[in-house]
Design a protein around this ligand. Structure first.
Ligand SMILES: [Ca+2]
Ligand SMILES: [Ca+2]
Length: 326
């Protein structure tokens, strides 16, 4: 008997009018492995972590709280339940133990999942009051959730449950961090950002400051890609010298007309480290925070456009910060 609950991804939150935050592991990955059944615990949560190295850790997210539009951060946690028990059950997600101050954990009924079926959904019941300021620059909190399987549609007769934790790191970039780099493009330059074609054939690409869409006035950086026959996938690219530090984060705002097929994806030195398990909406700004590997030069690719044949797509980057602690 095996039921696996797979937590994938994350990301979430809807913030800025535009924003959402994706976090470490953040871009989850849908796991395919099914956890082993344990007696009295008919399913378990498996968090697969980052590409390319899958990990068993539970999800951990990073959210920079500055410049967020809303005072309440509603987290979106993508989950997958695989039911390999002998029969179907009604599933519900709710808190396992009381959360820290500032959190509200709302239950969410998922409905019936038959045996040998799986369902992918987004749990949106975890809400955090946005911290106004964070002394020391970083606040780490953990919430303890439970996935419960019931015999009945009224969710009264419990079959089994399993709990898992989700860790959130809230960062105030104005408190205690050394700011290594700010790229807001407001001087009308590209600030050393370039581009690269990740895949595809003949693709006409350009990058330029743009003054019609921005997170900070008057410019963002616009990446444009046009194709003839055959599509292409294109990234923003810049190398940052991080040096020897204890912690480093890259924060940026991004929007795209073409976030298809797992974009935005973040690569360090050509290797995929962050990828969403759910596709963000096009034409909306997202604020994304990811840990950077310290002690080295890191070539960052933010893969932002996937254009099909005979098409054009644009993506916009703004308000880029690299923050570190010694
Ligand atoms: Ca700069
Ligand atoms: Ca700007």
């Amino acid at each position: 008997m095996r039921i696996a609950v797979v937590c994938s991804l994350i990301g979430l939150f809807l913030g800025l009018s535009t924003l959402a935050v994706f976090i470490k592991g953040s871009f989850p990955v849908v796991a395919e492995e099914v956890s082993h059944f344990q007696k009295k615990n008919g399913f378990s949560v498996k968090w697969m972590g980052f590409l390319p190295d899958y990990r068993d850790d539970y999800p951990e997210y990073y959210i920079v709280v500055n410049d967020l539009r809303y005072d309440q951060l509603r987290m979106s946690i993508a989950l997958k339940i695989v039911n390999q028990e002998a029969s179907g059950y009604y599933f519900k997600v709710e808190q396992h133990s009381p959360p820290p101050d500032g959190w509200t954990i709302e239950p969410q009924e998922i409905g019936f999942i038959d045996k040998d079926q799986s369902i992918t959904f987004v749990y949106t019941g975890a809400v955090r009051d946005k911290p106004d300021s964070i002394p020391g620059g970083k606040l780490t909190e953990t919430i303890d959730l439970s996935v419960k399987a019931y015999y009945d549609a009224a969710y009264t007769n419990l079959y089994s449950e399993d709990n898992f934790t989700v860790t959130f790191n809230f960062i105030d970039r104005t408190s205690g961090w050394i700011i290594l780099e700010v790229d807001n493009f407001d001087d009308g330059t590209t600030e050393d950002w370039t581009w690269t074609t990740v895949s595809g054939g003949s693709c006409d690409v350009s990058i330029t400051p743009y003054n019609n869409l921005y997170r900070s006035f008057p410019f963002s950086l616009r990446l444009s890609a046009s194709t003839g026959w055959g599509g292409c996938v294109v990234a923003f690219r810049k190398t940052f010298s991080i040096g020897s530090v204890s912690e480093a984060y890259l924060v940026f705002s991004i929007r795209s007309e073409r976030f298809a097929n797992g974009l935005p994806e973040i690569r360090f030195n050509g290797e995929t480290f962050f990828k969403p398990d759910a596709t963000p909406l096009n034409n909306i700004w997202y604020q994304i925070t990811v840990p950077l590997p310290p002690s080295s030069d890191v070539m960052v690719d933010i893969v932002s456009i996937n254009v099909p044949s005979s098409s054009t797509g644009h993506a916009y980057l703004d308000e880029v910060y690299v923050i570190v602690k010694p």
